[in-house]
Design a protein around this ligand. Structure first.
Ligand SMILES: Cc1cc2nc3c(=O)[nH]c(=O)nc-3n(C[C@H](O)[C@H](O)[C@H](O)COP(=O)(O)OP(=O)(O)OC[C@H]3O[C@@H](n4cnc5c(N)ncnc54)[C@H](O)[C@@H]3O)c2cc1C
Length: 341
């Protein structure tokens, strides 16, 4: 029977990053994923920026996470031969006078000094409105390209098992896991919100539905990301700009609704200088979030060598690389043959 170090279940951002860390350590692994067309990772805009929420706070771990994320995605770019990471400023349009005042006050604080660039006029084509500020240390990862190219690399390297895991076919004993004639010392579950069906882990999970649209030319023709309120518009690529995203907490309905598309079109129109917009693509997917937005990166409480990386929530691109690297450090290495004995 063929023996391997680790089986990864799920090839979203989480599973891909765990696989990349194992690859870096020259460990033997396989990734099992049937290729769900609308997983969160295939739909996500992949944006990251230091300032979040209505109160515009900067998470204390932001810069450490950003450093790790940039290093990891640059390495993955070399592996895949594709450009997936785009580092660009955010142009944050002031929503109202209150927000303008809040940001002006934040700008005086030492931790924001290097992050904000003082009030600047809106770029061409963007609503002049009340003006806005530039937020540095921002950007996005082209998630559809990342996930599809990483899948192709796994396939070419014969590391992909293109199947949906049937949990009942997974045999476990205290030393290894067996699945369809293959034997693994470790297993890492990275199924996103579908982990609600995982019979081994019982983690509290909150599904959060999100929609995103791609609008035709006439969108964001600047090189930066435009943001207004909670909505953002990525720079145009291939003649289209992505606009996101909606948040529907406790919702795992994967259907597309016109009302969600209309909400995003309105948000896009408010960012643009007079131009209307037309949706070319409309997608939705379910984010796996947890109470308190805690990432799940852990070993099973009783089953040896069983792990989970999940709950990446709304910031998977930024937090994923740190948690994947930390988790892989805790996964015991099989000997070079993959044989645990
Ligand atoms: C509209 C939208 C916009 C977003 N924008 C951003 C953003 O701008 N920035 C950001 O950082 N994050 C964003 N996110 C969040 C981000 O998408 C998630 O944090 C991230 O994708 C979660 O990745 P994951 O690998 O945990 O889960 P998923 O992407 O859900 O991947 C899970 C994978 O596991 C597979 N799977 C599940 N069950 C099984 C099984 N039994 N057998 C085999 N395979 C299985 C699925 O097919 C899937 O491929 C957005 C999300 C949405 C929905």
């Amino acid at each position: 029977m063929q023996q391997f170090d680790t089986l990864i279940v799920g090839q979203g951002i989480a599973g891909s990053l765990v696989a990349y860390q194992l690859h870096k350590q020259h460990r033997t692994f396989r990734v099992l994923d049937q290729g769900h067309g609308s997983s969160a990772s295939r739909v996500a805009a992949g944006m990251f920026t230091p300032v979040s929420g209505k109160r515009k706070t900067i998470h204390k771990a932001f810069f450490d996470r950003l450093k790790m994320a940039v290093e990891t995605y640059r390495e993955i770019e070399l592996l895949l031969g594709k450009r997936i990471l785009h580092i660009e400023n955010v142009y944050q349009l002031f929503e109202d006078e209150a927000e303008k005042k809040l940001l002006a006050g934040k700008m005086l604080l030492p931790e924001y000094k290097d992050v904000f660039v003082k009030e600047v006029p809106a770029p061409d084509g963007i609503n002049k409105g009340l003006g806005g500020i530039i937020i540095k240390y921002s950007g996005w990862v082209d998630c559809p390209l990342f996930i599809a190219s990483f899948r192709q690399w796994l396939h070419n390297s014969e590391l992909l098992i293109a199947e949906l895991l049937d949990y009942s076919s997974l045999q476990t004993n205290s030393a290894f896991f067996q699945y369809n004639g293959l034997q693994f010392q470790n297993i890492v579950f990275c199924e996103g919100f579908r982990a609600v069906g995982n019979p081994f882990f019982n983690e509290p999970m909150i599904p959060c539905k999100g929609d995103i649209i791609s609008i035709a030319a006439g969108g964001n023709n600047t090189s930066g990301i435009i943001k207004k309120n909670a909505f953002y518009m990525l720079p145009a690529m291939d003649g289209m700009s992505k606009v996101g995203a909606t948040f529907k907490w406790h919702n795992s309905d994967e259907a597309l609704y016109e009302t969600d598309r209309d909400q995003l079109e309105q948000a896009a129109t408010a960012m643009l200088d007079g131009a209307g917009c037309k949706t070319i693509h409309h997608q939705s997917a379910i984010r796996a979030t947890t109470p308190g937005q805690q990432v799940i990166a852990k070993q099973h409480p009783t089953i040896k060598n069983m792990f989970m990386l999940n709950g990446l929530g709304t910031k998977g691109i930024l937090v994923g690389p740190c948690y994947a690297a930390q988790l892989v450090q805790t996964i015991p290495e099989a000997n070079p043959s993959g044989n645990p004995f």
